[in-house]
Write a protein that binds this ligand. Structure first.
Ligand code: GDP
Length: 361
């Protein structure tokens, strides 16, 4: 189970990745969050003092705040308020490598922002109108102009961007379905790399593909950038595909937004789960990955586990490989254990091909 402290440690690490430096944390146990200020009123006042005293520029909440809570807190504290969702979106934006990933992150950001646009801009526009055309109702006439306040214009812009993004994503998805169909004609097994954010998926993906890439031939020239055609030392050819990172407390609408990317997982023949075995929450992270795989109905797929970052372990540390299916200790960065990992993938593939053959008449 994730403890509150684990979650806050992770939030701090995420904030650091996004470029912020944490100077302190506050924790409160309440039966339920306050509707207006998330934390209790007394705690909110305390926070006002701390923000002033330490000259804090940003306060991050480890949960999703309602638009109303966010606005109230921003007014009260007079600093930027960010919640877990916004922070995760920020980091996903930094890490989105593919066109589709970038589009999906931007869509999720826009949908997040829409209900959070504030009214402050309207006030500002009205004042500007007032200085031009007098006071009272007459003062607003000029600004009503084409019939919109700045807030309305902002909302309309975001809505129109959202619908453009949805169209573009639909286009990319169509392309990908075509690619997948072409691939399924090739009968090469597909291995999807999954794992918790920061476990080392990209590093492992790059290490495995740069070691074993074969010249991109015409057949695979159309593959999307996250899939590579490689040959294992056993001469088995596979398609290795990278996926987005999983993370705990990913709000449901974000899971929905990334579902399309995760189709790769659902279609894969074998999952290669990367676990950061050096992380104190390695087990919790892997549990979270399993929960998400469960949501995708992909938890029972054949699995190989890369227990990554063994270079960071002390030589006296025991690695318990029995906790994870088909586990192989590796270091993606230091290129340790990669042959054994590839052998294990070949072995699991061979077993599953036998199963398929047994099922055939
Ligand atoms: P992803 O979010 O799962 O794709 O993780 P990345 O591949 O981006 O790696 C996250 C961080 O872990 C990066 O700073 C990597 O350099 C580091 N990393 C990845 N593999 C290893 C490893 O085997 N050993 C060590 N020490 N660091 C690693």
């Amino acid at each position: 189970m994730w403890s509150v402290e684990d979650s806050l440690n992770e939030l701090e690490a995420l904030a650091q990745t996004a470029g912020a430096m944490a100077v302190g944390r506050m924790l409160q146990r309440l039966p339920h969050p306050d509707g207006a200020t998330y934390v209790g009123k007394g705690r909110a006042q305390e926070l006002v003092e701390i923000v002033k005293r330490l000259d804090i520029e940003l306060v991050i909440f480890d949960d999703e705040l309602s638009p109303n809570q966010q606005r109230t807190l921003e007014k009260l504290l007079d600093v930027r308020i960010v919640d877990r969702t916004a922070l995760i979106l920020d980091i996903f934006a930094l890490h989105a490598h593919t066109r589709e990933g970038q589009l999906q992150v931007e869509l999720a950001q826009m949908e997040y922002r829409l209900p959070r646009l504030s009214n402050q801009n309207v006030e500002f526009t009205r004042q500007a109108g007032g200085s031009r055309g007098g006071t009272g109702v007459g003062g607003a006439i000029g600004v009503r102009g084409p019939g919109e306040t700045k807030l309305e214009i902002d909302r309309r812009r975001i809505r129109s961007r959202i619908s453009d993004l949805k169209e573009e994503i639909e286009e990319v998805r169509k392309q990908r379905t075509i690619h997948r169909r072409q691939r399924s004609g090739q009968v090469l097994p597909v291995i999807a790399v999954v794992g918790y954010t920061n476990a080392g998926k990209s590093t492992l993906f790059n290490t495995l593909t740069s070691a074993g890439v074969i010249a991109e031939n015409q057949l695979f020239a159309t593959l999307d950038p996250v899939t590579r055609h490689i040959v294992l030392p056993s001469n088995q050819e596979i398609l290795l595909t990278d996926t987005v990172g999983f993370i705990q407390k990913l709000p449901t609408h974000l899971v929905a937004a990334f579902r399309a990317t995760l189709e790769e997982v659902v279609d894969a023949d074998v999952l290669l789960e990367v676990v950061d075995i050096h992380h104190e929450n390695a087990i919790e992270q892997s549990d979270t990955v399993n929960e998400i795989l469960g949501d995708l109905k992909a938890q029972d797929k054949p699995r190989v586990t890369a227990l990554n970052k063994i270079d960071l372990l002390d030589s006296s540390d025991e690695i318990d490989t029995s906790l994870y299916p088909n586990a192989v200790p590796v270091s993606a960065l230091q290129k340790i254990g990669l042959d054994a990992l590839q052998e294990k993938i070949a072995e699991v593939l061979a077993q599953n091909m036998e199963t398929v053959q047994l099922l055939l008449p």
